[in-house]
Design a protein around this ligand. Structure first.
Ligand code: TLP
Length: 344
């Protein structure tokens, strides 16, 4: 395989910064399963405070964060309401059926945002024939719509529905800080309408590993138990948590650069005239492109042969994600590679 010199496959490819490597080297660690890793504890407390919640839990991945959060707030056989393209439903290897054992009730969102009235109508009545609706899942930013920011008003209205109907709210905030930077709204504002929130350190924030779950203390205690039986409890994970502390201190504001790069990339790809791409729909660091006359997999392979990484997310949907290792030079490379492939 040709080495990728412009890797737009995902922001998960980001490597730790020099400051993170130094923080790892000097981290104070212990055995986190026994509860005595001071760096993990600091990161969990910091995350909880940042999002206005009682407690936090450090987990190896966003997937584990979501699955633990759902398992800790549902019973097997329950139904959860979720957007049709949600990561939890589409991209977690059938985890919903395996871990919490719940069934998804998928609704079609608008730019990733669920309609609160449709959510309310989808909540099951008390009836012996039907499952119990126990959770509504939101996603911020919403990957399936190309990294769109779900408006705060939607969070607020869905919270009102959930409270009225005795249902809990989880937010998969894998890229929550991208939403915060794009909207100017603090993470705590989105989190206040949710019972549980997860966010990832290993995407645009550049950490090598890790995500956090935040919520009430009793909920976090249940998540800790699920994390253990899933095999996700770690020992001297303070080395990883140390990177997370650096990320929360210094890697959030720079996400604005990734958003500017994504908008520029979208405009340039649109200008080729052979792909369907809407630069106005690019709110954060994800650009979805629809191919015409060739499959996304074929275009992805042809780009990879020219050193440009982009992921096929559907038969004709190709995804470019920006992050701190791609800037103007990599945009130029991607655009010229795409133009030459598509004009051949
Ligand atoms: N998404 C990955 C792939 O799984 C598609 C990516 O490259 O974008 N929620 C959302 C919204 C995500 O985008 C992801 C990762 C996760 C959860 C899961 O995070 P990890 O990969 O840490 O399990």
């Amino acid at each position: 395989m040709t080495a990728l010199v412009a890797d737009f496959r995902s922001d998960t490819v980001t490597k730790p910064t020099e400051a993170m490597l130094q923080a790892m080297a000097s981290a104070d660690v212990g055995d986190d399963v026994l509860g005595d890793d001071p760096t993990v504890r600091r990161l969990e407390e910091r995350a909880a405070k940042l999002l206005g919640k009682e407690a936090g839990l450090f987990v190896p991945s966003g997937t584990m964060g979501n699955q633990c959060s759902i398992a800790a707030q549902t019973q097997p056989g329950d139904e959860i309401i979720i957007e049709r393209d949600a990561h939890v439903f589409l991209w977690e290897s059938g985890g919903l059926a395996r871990v919490p054992g719940v069934q998804p009730r998928c609704l079609v969102g608008r730019d990733g945002a669920l309609d609160p009235a449709e959510v309310e109508a989808a909540i099951r009545p008390a009836n012996v024939h039907v499952p119990r609706t126990s959770l509504i899942c939101l996603e911020q930013t919403h990957l399936g719509s190309g990294g769109r920011v779900v408006p705060l008003a939607v969070f607020e209205e869905i919270r009102a529905v959930a409270s009225r109907r005795g249902v809990r709210v989880h937010c998969d905030g894998a890229r929550l800080f991208n939403a915060c930077v794009a909207s100017g709204i603090a993470a705590i504002e989105y989190a206040k309408y949710c019972d549980s929130v997860t966010f990832c350190l290993s995407k645009g924030l550049s950490c090598p590993v890790g995500s956090l779950i935040v919520g009430e203390r009793a909920f976090i205690d249940r998540c800790r138990h699920v994390r253990k039986w899933m095999g996700g409890a770690m020992r001297q994970s303070g080395y990883l948590a140390a990177c997370g502390l650096v990320a929360l201190d210094s890697m959030i504001d720079r996400l604005a650069e990734d958003h500017a790069t994504a908008r520029n990339l979208a405009k340039r790809l649109a200008a080729i005239g052979k792909l369907l791409v809407d630069p106005n729909g690019v709110e954060t660091n994800i650009v979805f492109v629809e191919t015409r006359g060739c499959s996304a997999a074929d275009l992805s392979a042809a780009l990879a042969a020219r050193g440009v990484g982009a992921l096929a997310m559907g038969p004709t949907t190709l995804r470019f994600v920006t992050h701190r290792h791609v800037g103007q030079t990599q945009v130029e490379l991607a655009v010229s590679a795409a133009a030459s492939i598509l004009s051949a």
